[in-house]
Design a binder for this molecule. Structure first.
Ligand code: HAM
Length: 408
């Protein structure tokens, strides 16, 4: 698990602030929940990696509990509890601490924070477009451009249509998706093994690899046909994203299917342009999760954006905030009798809303001022016995080196 030293917190706070602000700019309401969930809510049968990675335990009342690996089942549980009294569509966001027992690697840790944006109750593709636009707003606020990252978009519905066209029945699509999710991540023979285990014939496996060769919307259109509802949804999203002015940020990518079983339609993942890092964020439409968990049929779209990969990418590009000072003003003093005036001045600044680092013990002027310049304070006030007598202080601007006198 992770320790956050002050310099790590500066990075985390910077990212969180951008997430909060981008969610607010797009009209999402903030929600939260406990990291401990019922294991039964989080566990699914589909053979997903995430199910194997759950930290679970039994409490003193013999309940099977877990640290959540993701927020989506919890969100579904919360929506179900209020489904008959709340307004839909609902746009909600959270920054959730999540735990996964993963093999630790670049971009993947056992604990991460995940910004989740979800829209519940909107069947049209305007929900996908708004979620993708909000995530791109955050990317831009962090200093990244369309030259740095791309959101790769595909549709599970389109994949399912194409698989059926090639004679691969719907009952096999879930396991085919799990195999395709590994495309480009593991050697092809491994994928063939997974497809064989999903009961696909040699011809079926060949068809899957043919589908994976589709590399543009036009190629997808000619494979699926103009009347395909899944294709229409993709074209609608491209139209909306272009109206947002964000076309440069998106790309069509047949290999994106996502590793979570609940997605039903559009799916997307964001990567750095060279694909050197793991996915920065990922999400999609999940229209059946809420009804599968015993709720009404509420169509949903959402995404999760972790703090780990983005911090690595920002560091690489020199876009992380550099160490920030603990306060704006430093107040120090020469000896014990000067301490009272130092406190008085700190109180005066603080009452004025300015943050103050008050020295906790007297120190020599040389030590005080060299500490001030390395910590990055804006201004400094140093009190000696003469200042106590005259009740006049000098506020030093540490950038311009100019002093302003103030009579108390
Ligand atoms: P996910 O793709 O499993 O989706 O995770 C979303 C993002 O969380 C990833 O793209 C990555 O940034 C981050 N992430 C996941 N696991 C780790 C890890 N072990 N270490 C560091 N970062 C990680 C979900 O979790 C879905 N529930 C997202 C969603 C919300 N779909 C609809 N609504």
């Amino acid at each position: 698990m992770r320790d956050f030293y002050p310099e790590d917190m500066a990075i985390r706070n910077h990212i969180f602030q951008v997430w909060h602000n981008s969610a607010r700019l797009h009209g999402f309401l903030n929600y939260d929940s406990c990291v401990v969930e019922n294991l039964s809510l989080l566990k699914r049968k589909a053979g997903e990696e995430i199910t194997e990675q759950i930290y679970s335990f039994i409490d003193k009342s013999n309940r099977e509990l877990a640290l959540r690996p993701e927020m989506t089942p919890t969100l579904a549980r919360m929506l179900i509890a209020r489904q008959n009294s709340m307004q839909f569509p609902a746009k909600w966001y959270t920054i959730a601490q999540c735990f996964r027992y993963e093999r630790m690697s670049k971009g993947r840790k056992r604990e991460h924070f995940q910004w989740n944006l979800d829209i519940a109750g909107e069947p049209s593709t305007s929900a996908e477009a708004e979620i993708i636009a909000a995530a791109i707003t955050a990317m831009r606020a962090l200093g990244l451009t369309a030259g740095d990252i791309k959101v790769r978009i595909n549709s599970r519905a389109l994949m399912a249509e194409l698989l059926i066209k090639h004679g691969i029945q719907q009952e096999h699509t879930a396991s085919v998706f799990m195999a395709i999710d590994k495309y480009g991540k593991i050697p092809e023979p491994e994928i063939v093994k997974m497809l064989t285990a999903a009961c696909l014939s040699e011809e079926g496996i060949k068809a899957v690899f043919e589908i994976m060769k589709i590399n543009s919307i036009d190629a997808a259109k000619s494979a699926a046909g103009d009347e395909s509802p899944a294709m229409r949804a993709i074209i609608e999203i491209w139209g909306a994203i272009s109206t947002y002015g964000l076309t440069d940020f998106i790309e069509f990518d047949m290999s994106v299917v996502r590793g979570l079983g609940y997605y039903t339609g559009i799916v997307f993942e964001c990567y750095d342009i060279k694909k050197e890092h793991r996915a920065i964020f990922g999400g999609g439409r999940y229209d059946n999760l809420i009804s599968d968990l015993g709720g009404n049929k509420i169509p949903c779209v959402g995404m999760g954006f972790g703090d780990v990969v983005i911090a690595e990418l920002l560091a690489e590009k020199g876009l992380l905030p550099t160490g920030s000072a603990p306060a704006l003003v430093a107040v120090g003093c020469m000896d014990k009798p000067s301490m009272s005036l130092a406190i008085e001045i700190a109180v005066m600044f603080r009452n004025n809303g300015e943050s103050v680092d008050l020295a906790l013990a007297p120190e020599k002027p040389k030590n005080f001022f060299s500490r001030c310049s390395s910590a990055g304070f804006d201004r400094a006030v140093y009190i000696g016995p003469d200042d106590v007598k005259s009740r006049k202080i000098r506020i030093k601007d540490l950038k311009t080196r100019q002093e302003t006198e103030l009579s108390l």
